[in-house]
Each structure stands twice: as structure tokens, then as C-alpha cells.
Design a protein around this ligand. Sequence first.
Ligand code: HEC
Length: 162
Amino acid sequence: MKPFHVLVLVFTLFVFLIPACSQTQTVFPDTPTFEPELKPTIKPLVLWPLSVSDLPNEELLDGNKSYTSYGCIACHGQIDSAYSNVIGPWLGNIAERAGTPVLEHSSSQYIYESVLNPNKRIASDCPTGECESPSLMPHTFSKRLSKNEMASVVLYLTTETQ
Ligand code: HEC
């Protein structure tokens, strides 16, 4: 290699390669980052405790809201208006009734079990007479309600009813 070529080589190195390597990356602070929201399509199964007393009892949601939004009201009617029930028994006096048929069970335990497993005990007093067996009540609440929603609706039905 001739000295002239060596000179050209060194010059090229300085002018092009070194600045290219040491160049700092340009950051665009305003570039929006796109993170698609991951929506779970399957709700994790709730493991239901045997006893209603093991459900949450603090910071409960509004039970009246759950009673409406899960459609209980559509079948059981408004708790402050007797005979407003259409399919299931009227629940305005459930607190009093529920404790009696099953000894050793509190009314809240009775309501809890009725929602989790409608066929466990078939109520007797539906608007059209005897309630049908198997129960016409949806069997899906154990997969749809959260523990908090369940606790709030049980509390609502035991404290806001007679
Ligand atoms: C499609 C109508 C329907 C919906 C919705 C429904 N139920 Fe029922 N439910 C029934 C029927 C019918 C019965 C009576 C048969 C039985 O005992 O399962 C019943 C029974 C009950 C009982 C026992 C009543 C008794 O007199 O012993 C309770 C408590 C109850 N439901 C609570 C609920 C709650 C809380 C919800 C909402 C989370 C709900 N139900 C949603 C139809 C429904």
C-alpha cells in the first residue's frame, strides 16, 4: 500500500466510521407506545368456601346493584314490593323464611347455597304455584359472580328484607 492510500484509509475512518459508531440514538419522546389491552376472555373460577361466613365482609359492593345487574330482580321482583316477582319466589321476606326450613343454617347460608346451587333445595312458593324441579333459576352464578358480589347480594337479602 502506498502512503497515499494509507492516508486515504485513515481519513475515511475518521470522517465516516468513527462518527457512525459513536452516534447516539435519537429518541422521540412523543412516540406513542402501543400496548394492546389484554382482556381475559375466561374468568378465573372462584373457589367457593363451604360457609358463607368465609366470604369477604369488608368493603363490600352495593348488593342492590348486584341484585339488579345480575337479573335477580327480573325473576324475584323488587324486595320492597310484594307480588312483583315473575318467576321465582318473592325475596322481600327471605331473611325470615330462609332461616326456618333448614335447621342449623342461617338465612345467609341458605341464600348463599341457593345462588350457588339452585337445585340443592327447591323453594315451594313460585308465582305459578309450586316451583319447578329442576330449578328454573340460572345455574351459572357460581361462574359469574365474584366473592365480593356474592357477599354483597347475600348481605342485601338478609338485611334489607324482613
Ligand atoms: C330466571 C329466573 C331467575 C333468576 C335470574 C334468579 N332466580 Fe333465584 N330462583 C328462581 C326460581 C324459579 C327459584 C325457585 C326454585 C329454586 O328453589 O331453585 C329461585 C330460588 C331462589 C332462592 C331461594 C328462594 C326461597 O324462597 O327459598 C334464592 C335465595 C334466590 N333464588 C336468589 C337469587 C339471586 C340472589 C339471584 C341473582 C343473583 C337469582 N336468584 C336469580 C329464579 C331465578
